[in-house]
Design a protein around this ligand. Structure first.
Ligand code: FES
Length: 122
């Protein structure tokens, strides 16, 4: 039987604190779901940043987090869908789209999409 590690999530948007004892090697997002405490997600593949958090203490093993640059990881961001805990960890939820804009904002941005070539009038 694998050891379990306490993971605490400060859910800032909903003003609540969640915690679960998650088996070593199990994805944190999945562990919270198994404990009946679902957290935000979308792709579940470490690519979209919907599950991003800031690590307040401890460490996450997130070698599969393709959607998070090494620089953002060094700044303390993590993706819970592909993160594993090997000790106690405390995180807090991100501001809406915070990590998406840091990671992809320069490339994709947000807002209106305009046609590069004007459409012909009928
Ligand atoms: S749900 Fe998409 S990166 Fe985690």
């Amino acid at each position: 039987m694998s050891p379990r590690h306490r993971v605490t999530v400060h859910d800032r948007q909903n003003n609540r604190v969640l915690s679960a004892d998650i088996e070593e090697g199990r994805y944190v997002l999945e562990g919270f779901e198994a404990s009946g405490q679902p957290l935000p997600f979308s792709c579940r593949n470490g690519c979209c940043t919907a599950c991003a958090v800031r690590v307040l203490s401890g460490e996450l093993d997130q070698r599969e987090a393709l959607g998070l640059s090494h620089d953002l990881r060094r700044q303390g961001y993590g993706l819970l869908c592909v993160a594993r805990a090997y000790g106690p960890v405390t995180v807090e939820t991100q501001d809406e789209d915070e990590v998406y804009m840091l990671q992809f904002g320069n490339a994709f941005g947000k807002g209106t999409v305009r046609a590069a070539i004007p459409l012909e009038e009928e």
